[in-house]
Each structure stands twice: as C-alpha cells, then as structure tokens.
Design a protein around this ligand. Structure first.
Ligand code: ADE
Length: 251
C-alpha cells in the first residue's frame, strides 16, 4: 500500500482562531481546502496559558501603552506544534521583511509554515529570538493584528500548490512572476461605452498579440513601479540572455 505525503499545511497561532478559514473557506482556496489539497489549523494561543486567568499578555517592561504577548505562553504554543523543527516559522508584523512573490513561491514549495499572529503592542522579543521567528510584513501600513496578513500570505501560497489553479498558465503568466506588472485584459462586449477592444487583440495573430502584451506590461511597470522596472533582469547582465516572459494568447 502506498501512502500519499501529507498535504501542504498552514498552522496559525492566534488569539482569534475564529477568523480562520474566513475568506480562505470559499472560492479557489476553499474548494482546494475541502478537497484536501492543503490543510489549515488555527490554534488558540490562549490554550497555552498556565495561570488561572488564562492570561497571555502583560504590561511592557520599561513602561508605555498597551500590552505585550508573553514569551513563555507563545513559546509553549509554538513548541506544541508537530514537526515544528522542519517548518518555516513566520510572524506577521509590520516591521518584518516585505513579502515577495519569490518568498511566497518558496513557502508554497515547502511543507507549509507555522504563522504567529501578533496582537497588542507587540510580542516579547525573547520568544522571537529564541524560536527564530522570521518577521514578515505585507506592506507599509498597520493592521490591527496579524490575522488578515496571515490570510493574505496563505492565499498567495495556496494558489501556487499543484492542482489548485487548474489551468496552470494563469498562475505564472501574471504580475510579479517575471518582474513585470500584468498587461490589460479585455472581453466582450467589443465596444464598451464607446471604448473598443484594441484591434490587435482581435487580429488572431498570436505573435503580434504577445508582443503587444509585453510592450503594455513594460510600459505599465515603468510608469507605476519604477522600483520593479529598475530591478528587472537585463539582457546584458552576466552575459546571459534575458528569458523573455511568456505571454500566451490562449490563457
Ligand atoms: N500586522 C499588522 N500590520 C501588519 C502588516 N502590515 N504586515 C504584517 N503583519 C501585520
């Protein structure tokens, strides 16, 4: 008898497990979850509290506003997770390294992360250091907690898992996977409020369509994201030929 490997799994440590699966329970991710292509455990950090009030937080050492998540309680919650040594251990935080499509692809290719969601003013630094938590930010703005950031990260990973997307082309032929923003898309009606679909897309000439899409993607990236534009791979770099993005015309 052959046993299939366990599916990709996200284990989330949170004070609000009822926020999961939330939006990940519907649509693409939800169907994949129901069919066993991935798994999700949302665990309550409070279950690892030891005192009679089940307290998880305390006032910050040195004073200041708000409450700080206790190192001992969070460490116990982390240590209770199975196979924790083999999995990436992330902590969602606005002071983390910005999440990128490249990091998402790495996480999707592994066994699936353990994700700590912060709340309050912060988490005791000693547990971050002692358990080697990788702090990850989803952008330069502050959410009220890490849960929505964790949902975002998990969604970005799940859509890359084998079997989730169906028509795989749409998983790679899009913004960021080759360092360019996505070209504009059109469908019926042929004219909307006086705006026609660009002729070239109706020409049936696949090579011309691909060239038009590449030019549009490049123009958009240069205008909106000068950071991505400056960092794009160049033909001259290290004598290697630039791998051109594959813009297919048939999805
Ligand atoms: N928690 C609060 N804000 C966040 C952000 N921008 N990214 C990740 N986690 C967060």
């Amino acid at each position: 008898m052959t046993s299939s490997p366990p599916p990709w799994r996200a284990t989330v440590l949170t004070l609000f497990p009822e926020m999961f699966p939330g939006p990940l329970g519907v649509s693409l991710a939800g169907r994949a979850l129901a069919s066993g292509l991935w798994a999700l455990d949302a665990r309550d950090i409070r279950a690892s509290a030891t005192d009679k009030h089940r307290s998880v937080d305390d006032t910050p050492a040195g004073g200041g506003p708000g409450m700080v998540l206790r190192a001992d309680v969070l460490a116990a919650a982390i240590d209770a997770v199975e196979a924790v040594a083999e999995r990436p251990k992330l902590m969602m935080s606005p002071r983390g390294r910005p999440l990128t499509q490249a990091r998402v692809a790495e996480l999707a290719a592994g066994p699936g992360p353990l994700i700590v969601c912060g709340r309050f003013e912060g988490i005791d630094q000693r547990v971050i250091d002692a358990r080697g938590l990788e702090e990850v930010s989803i952008g330069d703005y502050v959410l009220s907690g890490g849960e929505i950031a964790a949902l975002t990260l998990i969604d970005a990973c799940v859509r890359l898992l084998p079997g989730v997307m169906g028509k795989l082309e749409s998983g790679s032929d899009e913004s960021f996977s080759h360092g360019l923003l996505e070209y504009p898309q059109y469908t019926r009606p042929q004219v909307f409020e006086g705006r026609p679909i660009p002729d070239i897309l109706l020409s049936g000439d696949h090579a011309k369509v691909a060239a038009w899409r590449l030019a549009e993607a490049e123009a958009l990236t240069e205008k909106r994201r000068p950071d991505l534009w400056a960092a794009r791979p160049k033909a001259s770099e290290s004598g290697k030929k630039r791998k051109s993005p594959k813009f297919t015309t048939d999805g």
